[in-house]
Design a protein around this ligand. Structure first.
Ligand code: HEC
Length: 109
């Protein structure tokens, strides 16, 4: 019993750390890809496209779709802001995963 609980606690801690590492890497991908040309987080970047609180309105799947297939989802959501976002469809899967993990941490408007 106690052993199972310990294992569960260790597992939870390890996955939290893994997620935090992914989010940290995602923040770097965000910077490297210059997402801030069109988006802001907090005071940094283009205030016309704030991503603050994006995790409150979009699911991880929707965030992923924006990154890899922006033109498709922009058409579906009738997004009109210009310049439009391109599909980041040549990013490595790990980079996309990390970006999604990072954007999922943005829970404050
Ligand atoms: C050339 C400008 C441009 C760049 C660069 C850009 N985007 Fe976008 N992005 C947009 C536009 C325009 C929208 C549509 C929503 C809007 O009007 O803000 C959008 C929407 C999004 C959304 C959905 C936001 C919401 O609240 O519905 C996410 C998430 C997003 N972008 C993430 C990113 C990430 C991550 C990067 C970098 C890899 C990036 N964008 C780079 C222009 C850009």
């Amino acid at each position: 019993m106690i052993r199972t609980a310990c294992l569960a606690a260790v597992f939870a801690a390890v996955s939290t750390v893994a997620f935090a590492q992914d989010a940290g890497r995602g923040q770097k991908v965000y910077a490297d890809q210059k997402c801030s040309i069109c988006h802001s987080v907090g005071d940094a970047g283009n205030k016309k496209g704030p991503l603050d609180g994006v995790a409150l309105t979009l699911s991880a799947a929707a965030i992923r779709e924006w990154i890899v297939a922006a033109p498709d989802i922009a058409a579906k959501t009738k997004a009109v802001r210009k310049p439009a976002m391109k599909a980041y469809d040549t990013l490595a899967k790990e980079d996309v995963d990390a970006l999604v993990a990072y954007l999922q941490t943005l829970k404050k408007r």
